[in-house]
Design a binder for this molecule. Structure first.
Ligand code: GAR
Length: 214
């Protein structure tokens, strides 16, 4: 059901809370998909862990509530996460979207939104988890890389996989050229994976995510 139809029928749109750390191109792909009516959801808040990042500007530009919860202003991770959770709850977020959010969330945060946190990672998991996927891919010498949308569990980049896309790794790739090729695919599959969640078509069975086809 498209946004306008939901509004006419007075149905509530699913509320997304998007967490970012920087540039926010994945966020932008979600904003654009909503505008293009390919994603039937609304972003009720964008949160960042750093001030003055592009993700905040992108949200501001289209009138989405945006707040920096600056990790540096908290003494510990627990207080930082408490503040994040407070903002997400106030914004009545149904699904948390990690979009270039470069922090590991604690198990207690993950439990608060159990099976309702998604992440995108720039490699074909379970290969090359962590903060330097492209560098690790190039150092290892694999011929194929890509990106993975997955549910977040208590581990690092280890939750059940929803969707993946592959790209070729070229002999003369640098981290930048590979990242750009992967990012194109990220911008396609992340909004699609979120739409599947919105349509209630994802079922987690152990490590697998089954996609319901009607
Ligand atoms: C994206 O490539 C995303 O996959 C990656 O950060 C980039 C954010 O780009 N995320 C991770 O590495 C998480 N471990 P963006 O700020 O332009 O959306």
């Amino acid at each position: 059901m498209q946004n306008a139809e939901c509004r006419m029928k007075n149905l509530k749109l699913m509320k997304l809370g998007v967490l970012c750390s920087g540039r926010g191109t994945d966020l932008q792909s979600i904003i654009d998909s909503i505008t293009d009516k390919k994603l039937d959801a609304e972003i009720s808040i964008v949160l960042t862990d750093k001030p003055n990042v592009m993700a905040l500007t992108r949200a501001e530009k289209v009138g989405i509530k945006n707040i920096c919860v600056d990790r540096k202003s908290f003494d510990n991770q627990a207080d930082f996460e408490k503040s994040l959770l407070n903002e997400l709850k106030t914004a009545e977020v149904d699904l948390v979207i990690l979009a270039g959010f470069m922090r590991i969330l604690s198990p207690s945060f993950v439990h608060e939104y159990k099976d309702r946190i998604m992440n995108i990672h720039p490699s074909l998991l379970p290969s090359f988890p962590g903060a330097h996927a492209h560098r690790d891919v190039l150092n290892y010498g694999v011929k194929i890389s890509g990106c993975t949308v997955h549910f977040v569990d208590e581990g690092t980049d280890s939750g059940p996989i929803i969707m993946q896309a592959a790209v070729e790794v070229k002999d003369d790739d640098t981290e930048e050229t590979l990242a750009a090729r992967v990012l194109e695919q990220e911008h396609i599959i992340y909004p699609k994976a979120i739409q599947l969640f919105v349509e209630n078509r994802l079922k987690i069975v152990g490590r697998k995510v089954l996609i319901k086809f009607f």
